[in-house]
Design a protein around this ligand. Structure first.
Ligand code: FAD
Ligand code: EPU
Length: 341
């Protein structure tokens, strides 16, 4: 730990299982370590990537130039309490799913719907991770982040983070400026369950659950996810490759007349509706489509997969093919959700 290595394969560190060689790789488990890096002018200038669990990135080049910092900061702490909540601070290198599991066993509620999302705590605010009707912004209290250029630790409230659908200030205005070191979540002492999204209630019925609990909701979410999302340990992928697009309501109404089964949802944008990218891709006949080494998953068309030997460039080219097909058929331009490197 804390030893700077050169020419290291990053294949074990990205869930797409793509080969990419890091010019320099430093795994850190202490704040001091990255503060030392930031204090050293030459080293700081070489920082090119902060790596968590590598579950939302696609390497498209054979090499990652400069210094890759791999986050191994650990620790979970109860830092406060009010009448209804506990405030739980987690170091950014904690595994997200391990953290969710820990909170569930403690009886702390609010993130059970986010079970089984891969990656680290530190990336959870990056794209305001979300699933089954819950997003990080709903339980977020604050985060601490190291400003790479000044070596100062800054605090961010929910307002500072400018959360949106799969968005935050760290993906936009402050991109590349901060290393998130801890996140504090506001978890409920008494659960209010979110079971209206998708097939959760149906799954709970199937499981024979009559009395709701945090554990039961988590189990239902886990069952649904396992039934359609590929396990990265078996098939390389980074979850949804594209965002679900928001389109003008008039365009959505037009499309609904042509395609009456098209799923539509309310959008946070004005006069807009959100449509399901997976459905659009499936309608283009691409669900299960395979190129030589990569393809569109046969159970969930929003997920691109690596059959073993794909390069990032091949996966990227496939993603462009998908974008072009959807644009041609529906006039909708899909946006990539995965961070392209
Ligand atoms: P990485 O891939 O390592 O990094 C992602 C980005 O965040 C990079 O730009 C990186 O530089 C930056 N970053 C990471 N850590 C830090 C840090 N500490 N400080 C500063 N920048 C940082 N996402 C959802 O929202 N909902 C889902 O339901 C969901 N399901 C998924 C299912 C599967 C099977 C897979 C493979 C992925 C899924 N994802 C989902 C996407 C992914 O798991 C999340 O986006 C996750 O939060 C990424 O975490 P990570 O640690 O792997 O980030
Ligand atoms: N659909 C199809 N064909 C497909 C896939 C989906 O017709 O191949 C339809 C479904 O039938 C359903 C609709 O599209 O009517 C939505 O599908 P689903 O509930 O599976 O969710 P999603 O919109 O495809 C989003 C997130 C997931 C998250 C789930 C559950 C995005 C980009 N993706 O997927 O997040 O887990 O909802 O909340 O918002 C991720 O970000 O990596 C991710 C997996």
């Amino acid at each position: 730990m804390n030893q700077l290595l050169t020419n290291q394969s990053l294949k074990p560190y990205n869930t797409f299982n793509i080969e990419c060689v890091a010019e320099e790789l430093l795994s850190f488990n202490q704040l001091d370590c990255i503060q030392n890096v930031c204090a050293d002018n030459a080293l700081r200038k070489r920082i090119s990537l902060i790596l968590g669990g590598g579950s939302n990135i696609l390497f498209t080049k054979p090499n990652q130039q400069g210094l890759t910092l791999r986050n191994c900061l650990k620790g979970i702490e109860k830092v406060g309490e009010d009448v209804d909540h506990y405030y739980i601070k987690a170091a950014s290198g904690e595994g997200w799913n391990d953290f969710v599991h820990y909170c569930i066993t403690q009886g702390w509620a609010g993130i059970e719907n986010l079970s089984l999302i891969p990656g680290c705590v530190g990336a959870s605010p990056m794209q305001n991770i979300g699933a089954y009707g819950v997003e990080i912004k709903d339980v977020f209290h604050e985060l601490e982040a190291l400003h790479i250029h000044t070596n100062e630790v800054h605090r961010f409230t929910v307002k500072d983070c400018e959360f949106g659908y799969r968005e935050s200030v760290f993906k936009r205005r402050l991109k590349g400026e901060y290393i998130i070191i801890s996140v504090t979540y506001r978890l409920a002492k008494k659960a209010s369950f979110h079971t209206s999204y998708g097939a959760i209630q149906q799954e709970l019925d199937k499981m024979g659950i009559s009395e709701l609990s945090i554990r039961a909701v988590a189990d239902a979410v886990i069952n649904i996810r396992q039934s359609k999302l590929p396990n990265p340990k078996e098939l390389g992928n980074a979850g949804s490759f594209f965002k679900n697009p928001s389109i003008p309501s008039a365009q959505a109404d037009d499309l609904l007349r042509q395609f009456p089964t098209m799923p539509q949802y309310p959008s946070t944008e004005n006069n807009a509706k959100k449509v399901a990218a997976g459905w659009l891709i499936e309608q283009c006949g691409l669900k299960g489509h395979r190129e030589e080494n990569c393809g569109v998953h046969h159970m969930q068309a929003l997920v691109l997969v690596n059959y073993g030997n794909a390069t990032g460039a091949e996966v990227f080219a496939l993603s462009q093919k998908v974008i072009d097909a959807v644009h041609q058929k529906f006039g909708i331009l899909l946006e990539r959700e995965v961070n392209i490197l």
